[in-house]
Ligand binder design. Sequence first.
Ligand SMILES: *Cc1c(COP(=O)(O)O)cnc(C)c1O
Length: 378
Amino acid sequence: MDKDLIAFFRDRFNTNDFIPLHIPNFNGNEKKYLENCIDSTYVSSVGPFVDKFELLMSKITQSKKTTAVVNGTAGLQVALRLVGVEEDTEVITQALTFVATANAIAYNNAYPVFLDVDIDTMGLSPKAVRSFLEEFGELREKVCYNKKTGRKIAACLPMHTFGFPVHLDELIKVCKEWGIPLVEDAAESLGSEYKGKSTGSFGDVGVFSFNGNKITTSGGGGAIVTNNFKLGERAKFLTTTAKEPHSYEYVHNELGYNYRMPNVNAALACAQLEQLSGFLESKRNLAKEYQAFFKEKGINFRTETSNTKANYWLMCIELENKKERDLFLKVTNKALVMTRPIWQLMNRLPMYKDCQKDEQVNALFLEERIVNIPSSVR
Ligand SMILES: *Cc1c(COP(=O)(O)O)cnc(C)c1O
């Protein structure tokens, strides 16, 4: 089995060297656009590629307004503030996620509430949100409060794990019933769809990342997308130092951020977005090959759920138990095939250990079994 497995990875990626989990692929206009930045002197915080990137992202995600930002984490921080997250409020999110999701909440001096995920999507479970709210939620003048802490529940922040969309219809329904704004952490899911529509376009606000390990990269970068034009304008305003329009004076009336994406990064992002559909096709083909291979081995390769299209950003398998998982990690990494376990639950981290949480039955199950396997575009 082990030999078979390693040979399969080596054959797929056509190399006898180290196989990373996910590396960028620069075979488009990257160099040309970067040269254009240098030649034009537009390398910094404004420039034509920033504008082009924002238009491209609005088109791809079917959103009314995109704001380019310095990274996905900063994007999430601002997105939460846009919908009303502030000091001493709470945000419902999933325990099983990358740390940036929780950090973005903490940067707003708000408190995360860590709830369970669904087994099939590995993302925030609408059922878990519903049962949490039935036990702890209280509506006062259409605003939801947590009966246990007395704090306002200011947002719900699901994350589309590895590019598999969460059950959005059910989640939107429960958030509406409780008057809770929805922000999608779509950092991992550019190109993923739910019922034919782009992830990130369902919530009040959605956020993407263009970090080096994501499906498309700008070196570092992020995007805040929304169909609420007012929120979109405010996203741009807050991330560009909250400067009031004036022809020569510096007028700042509230706390803004310098979270702009530089034009050089936007140049890379534009070249990458032009190749997104090819990247998606390549990854989906690899997923098919993995699926067939692991089926024969009796191993559960994770595939998209019905009504969704996954971008297969990081592909993964579910092992029988922790022991099997550890063995798999050991064998593959020793053979220079990079594999990695899914994240630790957020409430295990020292800074989040006292946060409110539910029983997390599914998250605990997945935490011990899910392993990412090499997923780069070939
Ligand atoms: C990558 C990622 C982010 C943050 O993106 P950066 O651009 O690296 O700041 C946020 N949330 C999730 C789930 C991610 O995977």
